[in-house]
Design a protein around this ligand. Structure first.
Ligand SMILES: C[S@@+](CC[C@H](N)C(=O)[O-])C[C@H]1O[C@@H](n2cnc3c(N)ncnc32)[C@H](O)[C@@H]1O
Length: 708
């Protein structure tokens, strides 16, 4: 319910509104005497607007400034003490998966991942709130001191509570959004590989501001493209011009990034010869800016033998005139003599293998053409195909949730798949820290599955062709190796447990937060991908290979493919994910603020670890602290009477049991781990601790022993 203001209106605000109507460009955002950001008039600009001569302004500069920018920068650099807690019950295939779903504020999560994923992410895609005037933005309080920030970042745990609706009547409408984006983009950049890339969806509202902060963070020169996306082709009859597009800004971390070459595996060629399919392209350059005047070396004749035509109706050619052969120069266009694309030497090397002549359609004579066999294609920066329209995204997510709409405007899977195809390798790490309904996770699994199936189809066909050959065994071994490298992209989704509206269908169906929708979407999408591709694969094999080759999913698959078990794409497809949630540190305050505690309180503390924390919680924090990836395989083993965690064979071995005796120390040392971690409280006294270190020095000198 609205509250009465019980005071007269603020006339300054009203005046500013009136000036804004006349001169919108002079309205800016600034702080008042209490440090509160509000709308204000840039008097220098207003002076200029009312003056016929140039008004000198000593502060003139080219850059985007907003109140809160410096505080954001400061915030981006401050360490936090938060951690992640694993949540097995909500995960899928926790022990084997390499995908992560992290619930929490993305700013905190990005900071928590700093050590473990520094320079490891190949591609980031984000689709942040566009600041439409109705979006929920994460609230930051820029009035706070450095210490207060630190305190708040380290202890606040109510992510949902910090969201506020950013309406355009908010005096700091742009500033709040910019600060929110700025600090996150700064921290995210560090996670990118040197040849990494970030794609950011945005619309006209903040595109210009976003571009400016990205120019600052990533460098103007690293803006690779601005993709213009026609997201809705149906213009509504509301006004004169309907906005039907949005953008994707593409920035590379450094110049090292190159787009992946796209292959059209379904491509059908117009013609075929003994080398396979091909299309024909004219050798003539149709662009008249290149002509005989400025490219004289590209203007020369070919000679066509009219009596030697092959089965594709292509004629033999030469660069030397012969009796009865027809001379062909590049055709004129608009009275200008055009030129060939290739010089004489390159043409000579390709005569009658790549270059031929064909009868010109509309006029007498011949055209020189080249055979083009590549299945690669190039995208341009305007994307308007139906697969990537917004309503596709809605339909796809509805289809997964029994035709119910639980999430507004999810991105279409094919859109993200396309971004993945042009920017990632088979084993890349992909991060989306505004994950929403987890379309990016869906797209990663889908692309991995398609890649695995494609690879299987190729290997499978080749294997059958080779059957009976002496080489077939060798081939099988090799194929398994290459096979296992395919479809191994891993995703990291980050999503705030933002509450769903109590009146929404999602809430009524039991999804109390967007994170719950996201997790369920990945579970359902993974299952569906397996089912769909199994069907597709069966049909494809039945259609293409006929009876000679049985489908992987046919009833006889065991018999037919028993020797190809390593090629089962199902086993290689990771549709699982580990769920982690942000939480305050596992350590009691004494760990971070020992000075604040009195001596007698110290004696009362048996352990520096909070009582509610499990050994798996501790392991997660240790993994993060040591800068190891969260997706590493963890084996939980009973050794003697103790529970021991073995992370990636021997990268790290941890035991958080209370009583550590030398027998277990010796057993762990026998594993020769790189790092070993115990609980400080597990040792009776300093003497025991020193003894353990000494034992390791003797039994496994390379091991680094640490306690928490
Ligand atoms: C536009 S949606 C993303 C939609 C997504 N691309 C899809 O296809 O479903 C933006 C999401 O970011 C989430 N979000 C906003 N602020 C966040 C924050 N500080 N940390 C994590 N997630 C946040 C919102 O809850 C929302 O679900």
């Amino acid at each position: 319910m609205d509250k009465l203001k019980m005071q007269t209106p603020d006339l300054t605000d009203k005046n500013i509104e009136q000036i804004a109507q006349l001169f919108p460009n002079v309205i800016t955002e600034t702080r008042d005497e209490n440090g509160v950001v509000k709308k204000a008039v840039d008097f220098d600009l207003l002076k200029q607007a009312l003056s016929k001569t140039l008004v000198e302004d000593d502060n003139e500069r080219y850059r985007l400034d907003w109140p809160g920018e410096k505080a954001s920068l400061l915030k981006a650099n401050i360490p936090i003490t938060k951690t992640l807690r694993p949540c097995r019950e909500e995960s899928v295939n926790f022990d084997t998966t390499e995908n992560l779903y992290i619930e929490g504020d993305n700013f905190e999560v990005l900071k928590i991942l700093q050590e473990s994923y520094l320079g490891k992410v190949k591609m980031i895609y984000i689709d942040p709130p566009y600041n439409t005037g109705n979006d929920f933005i994460y609230k930051d309080d820029f009035k706070k001191s450095k210490e207060e920030y630190e305190e708040e970042l380290g202890t606040t745990d109510e992510e949902g509570g910090k969201l506020f609706r950013n309406t355009d009547s908010n005096g700091r409408f742009h500033s709040d959004w910019l600060s929110m984006m700025y600090e996150r983009l700064i921290v995210a950049r560090d996670l990118l590989k040197d040849d990494g890339v970030i794609f950011i969806s945005i619309d006209d509202g903040e595109q210009d501001n976003l571009k400016k902060i990205c120019d600052e963070i990533y460098g103007e020169g690293n803006l690779l493209n601005t993709i213009c996306l026609e997201n809705d082709s149906r213009a509504r009859p509301y006004g004169s011009l309907a906005t039907t597009h949005e953008y994707i800004l593409v920035y590379s971390k450094y110049q090292d990034f190159i787009y992946e070459i796209l292959e059209d595996t379904e491509k059908e060629f117009n013609d075929k010869d003994d080398k396979g399919g091909f299309d024909l392209y004219e050798l003539r350059n149709r662009n008249i800016t290149f002509n005989v005047e400025n490219r004289p070396n590209l203007y020369y004749p070919f000679y066509v033998n009219p009596n030697n035509m092959d089965e594709n109706k292509l004629f033999e050619i030469s660069l030397v005139n012969k009796q009865g052969w027809v001379e062909v120069y590049p055709q004129e266009s608009q009275g200008i003599k055009t030129v060939w694309r290739w010089g004489k030497e390159k043409a000579a090397n390709n005569l009658n293998t790549v270059l031929f002549a064909k009868e010109a359609k509309n006029e007498a004579g011949y055209q020189i053409v080249k055979k083009y066999r590549a299945v690669t294609y190039t995208l341009n920066t305007i994307w308007n195909d139906k697969e990537i329209k917004t309503d596709r995204g809605t339909l796809e997510t509805k289809a997964l949730f029994d035709n119910k709409k639980y999430f507004d405007f999810p991105k279409p899977v094919d859109l993200i798949k396309r971004l993945l195809k042009i920017s990632t390798k088979s084993d890349s790490v992909i991060l989306d820290f505004f994950s929403g309904s987890a379309t990016t996770a869906h797209a990663v699994m889908q692309l991995n599955a398609e890649e695995l199936m494609e690879e299987f189809a190729t290997k499978n066909t080749k294997k059958h062709e080779n059957e009976g050959n002496a080489d077939s065994e060798k081939f099988r071994d090799l194929s398994c190796v290459s096979w296992q490298k395919k479809g191994k992209r891993k995703f990291i989704m980050v999503q705030l447990p933002e509450k769903t509206d109590e009146n929404s269908e999602a809430y009524k169906a039991g999804y109390k937060t967007i994170a719950e929708i996201g997790k369920e979407r990945i579970r359902r999408a993974g299952k569906k991908i397996l089912e769909e591709l199994a069907t597709k694969n069966t049909k494809k094999h039945e259609k293409e290979e006929g009876k000679s080759q049985k489908s992987l999913f046919s009833e006889n698959k065991e018999e037919t493919f028993s020797d190809l078990s390593c090629l089962s794409w199902q086993k290689n497809l990771d549709i699982g994910f580990r769920v982690y949630k942000t939480a305050d540190t596992n350590m009691k305050d004494v760990f971070y603020h020992p000075a604040k505690l009195k001596q007698e309180e110290l004696f009362k503390l048996e352990s520096n670890i909070k009582e509610d924390r499990t050994p798996e919680d501790l392991l997660t924090q240790v993994i993060l602290d040591l800068g190891l990836e969260l997706s590493l395989p963890v084996e939980t083993k009973k050794m003697l009477e103790n529970t021991v965690f073995i992370v990636q064979t021997n990268a790290l071995v941890a035991c958080f049991d209370n009583d550590i005796d030398f027998k277990i120390v010796d057993s762990i040392a026998a594993l020769k781990p790189f790092k070993v971690v115990f609980k400080d409280a597990s040792f009776k006294d300093d003497k025991d601790r020193i003894n353990v270190e000494e034992r390791f020095k003797r039994l496994s000198p390379e091991t680094k022993v640490t306690v928490i």
